[in-house]
Design a protein. Structure first.
Lengths: 342, 326
């Protein structure tokens, strides 16, 4: 009896395995990994793309920009994604060349948790002061000056930063270094900077972890990606931009910021301190990274198809997900560059 | 019917029970022995292999940074400066705090559930509920800490800091993330381990010992505290050591709650960092040089756990021989 039962089970499972593998045979599976910053929109794009094209599966893991680049260099993934683009020496390691394509853009926001305080504004001096550990309490005159009539408590400021190496941190420190020579000298641009030691700081893993910490810690301020902050319903700061006006994070501020940036040939453009009265000051493109030459021409074709899908159909949902749609001229540029993927 | 069948089946086969093992039995026995032997050695080899690989990858970092890494507190990836003293401190401090709290409550629960305070059925239900705590994933503990525990702790912590700020344990303001919340969650996580093993140890105390104590005229509490607990002390210290081992290696819940700031402070309210959290947070993006340093940190954690376990075994062996002599 037992033996017969066993044989039946074995036969059924064998049949299932065979059926399963034959079903997979017609499929193209793309694997990517990298930045967590654009993960919400990428995962939506990829699932819609798979639905629209049966037989194509895209598996994207949000491990972090650095991990994505390493996977790409090790040949573990078909494409990578990074908020910090790619270093020259990393690009040099890729045989047959590498093609970076900006796919969407986002804003890095400062979010805070302070009872009874809404619509906070921070001047450039105030927020660089906070990240240098010089502005230590919420009633600091530098904060009060930009917020006349607001009742600010004497609560100590707890700064929430990323515990892991992160593209979001890179974008923030790039902006802070661009506007403050002191920050550039003391901290500098890095994915995992060494923050001043006298700062009252807690560190949390990933965008989601930073959000949870800001939400929970009293008197906290931290930096996070706009889409994540909006999802977590955090209070966000309006920041003083290059022209001295205060701009809240959102679509209009982001589009204004991107409109002032030219994309060069290698497709790596930084928006570290955009000009323009309506520009939100901390915005960035985020890139997908491809080989210029794939051994499997079919795969390259599917990858090009995916890029075009994200550019044509994907941009429409960018705003609703908290990202900035690419300007029309940039989309045209990216489409031309995407032809390099072969 | 069934009873008759059984009788029939036992009697005629009674002779065969005493028969010498057949060749099949022998082969089966031999295979089984070999298999268990192979698996036992495989476990040992696996551990050796893990230590070898971690040690091998840590070697360049050990050569470059030496023992200085253990006492330095700079962590600057961009200038290749590393130090893990705050993490070592945080690991030991959080684990000890958790051990004190979790140990106290774990042993209390064990006494309550084994010394006939409750009807037997209720005891079993409660025992299972406590053991269920061990099945909750670490991440869930972390989230629970963030969304439930911190808001509860916040008012108390604020009061303690404003009234007793001069006392080293309360000397910094509490943002919610730090040693206090981390150690509390950690103590809940090690509670089921300590409670379960302590219960086994207390149950193993012979009933006669207890009766003898009562016979000498002790009260119930005297019997528990002076006779039963000391007799079970070997098993209970084993429980504490296992609990401490779990606390030292706990990663995710701590990474979410401890604040991950390289601070060395006695204050319960200060953010801190632990070795396991450092490893988990930095590995995904580490370059080759940093990987070496992280492996070095992993070796340190391994060594700390080893020393703790050895000390624990030593304590158990000394206390149990004492018990035997008595």
């Amino acid at each position: 009896m037992k033996v017969r039962k066993f044989i039946t089970i074995a036969a059924v499972s064998l049949a299932l395995t065979v059926a399963g593998s034959s079903a997979f045979a017609g499929k193209v599976k793309l694997v990517g990994s990298g930045a967590s910053f654009p993960y919400p929109i990428y995962s939506t794009w990829f699932s819609q793309f798979s639905k629209a094209n049966s037989g194509i599966q895209v598996n994207y893991q949000s491990k972090g920009s650095g991990a994505g680049i390493r996977d790409f260099l090790n040949g573990v993934v078909d494409f990578a994604a990074s908020d910090a683009a790619m270093k020259e020496e990393e690009m040099a390691k890729v045989k047959d060349g590498v093609q970076l394509l900006p796919m969407t853009a986002g804003e890095v926001v400062l979010a805070y948790n302070l009872k009874g305080v809404k619509d906070l504004k921070l001047s450039r001096k105030a927020y660089t002061g906070i990240f240098l550990g010089k502005v230590k309490t919420w009633n600091d005159p530098l904060i009060a000056d930009a917020n006349p009539g607001m009742k600010l408590p004497a609560t100590p400021i707890t700064v929430v930063a990323r515990a892991d190496s992160s593209g979001t941190t890179y974008v923030l420190t790039k902006h802070l270094s661009a506007i403050s020579p002191e920050f550039a000298e003391k901290v500098g641009v890095a994915k995992q900077p060494s923050w001043p030691t006298d700062i009252n700081m807690i560190k949390s893993p990933k965008n989601a972890g930073v959000n949870a910490s800001i939400k929970r810690a009293t008197g906290a301020i931290g930096y996070t990606e706009y889409a994540y902050a909006r999802m977590a319903k955090l209070n966000m700061v309006s920041l003083e931009n290059k022209e001295g006006s205060y701009v809240a994070p959102g679509l209009t501020g982001g589009q204004a910021a991107l409109a002032n940036v030219e994309i060069p040939e290698n497709m790596i453009a930084w928006v570290s301190d955009p000009a323009g009265k309506d520009s939100y000051p901390i915005a960035t493109y985020t890139w997908m990274i491809f080989h210029k030459k794939y051994a499997d021409a079919g795969k390259a074709r599917v990858l090009r198809k995916m890029v075009n899908y994200c550019l044509d159909n994907g941009q429409a949902i960018a705003d609703q997900m908290g990202y900035i749609p690419l300007p029309a001229n940039v989309i045209a540029q990216v489409k031309v560059a995407a032809e390099n993927i072969k | 019917m069934a009873a008759e069948n059984r009788e029939e089946s036992i009697l005629p086969h009674a002779e065969t029970l005493a028969a010498p093992p057949t060749t099949v039995d022998k082969i089966f026995d031999k295979c089984f022995r070999t298999l268990t032997l192979v698996f036992t050695w495989a476990t040992v080899l696996l551990l050796a292999f893990i230590v070898f690989r971690i040690g091998g990858q840590a070697l360049p970092a050990i050569k470059e940074y030496g023992l200085g890494l253990l006492v330095s507190s700079d962590w600057d990836v961009n200038n290749n400066q590393f130090g893990i003293w705050p993490q070592i401190w945080g690991t030991l401090y959080s684990s000890l705090l958790a051990l004190v709290l979790g140990g106290f409550f774990g042993i209390t629960i064990a006494i309550f559930l084994t010394q006939d305070f409750l009807p037997h059925k209720l005891e079993i239900i409660l025992k299972n509920i406590v053991e269920l705590l061990a099945a909750i994933p670490s991440v869930v503990y972390g989230l629970w800490g963030i969304y439930v525990l911190i808001p509860i702790l916040q008012p108390t912590a604020d009061k303690l800091h404003s009234s007793f700020g001069w006392f080293p344990l309360f000397s910094t303001s509490f943002s919610g993330f730090g040693m206090f919340s981390a150690a509390l969650v950690l103590s809940i996580m090690i509670l089921p381990t300590i409670a379960a093993i302590s219960q086994d140890a207390l149950r193993a105390v012979p009933g006669k010992t207890k009766e003898a104590a009562f016979g000498m005229g002790t009260t119930r509490w005297e019997a528990i505290l002076r006779v039963i607990l000391p007799t079970a002390s070997g098993g209970i210290s084993g429980a504490l050591v296992l609990g401490l081992g779990r606390a030292l290696g706990e990663t995710m819940a701590l990474a979410m709650l401890v604040g991950n700031s390289a601070t060395v402070s006695l204050s319960l309210f200060s953010p801190a960092s632990t070795l396991a959290a450092l490893l988990a947070l930095n590995f995904p993006e580490a370059d080759l040089n940093q990987t070496g340093v992280l492996m070095y940190a992993a070796c340190t954690l391994l060594l700390i756990t080893l020393v703790v376990n050895m000390l624990g075994t030593l304590i158990i062996s000394t206390t149990t021989t004492k018990g035997g002599e008595r």
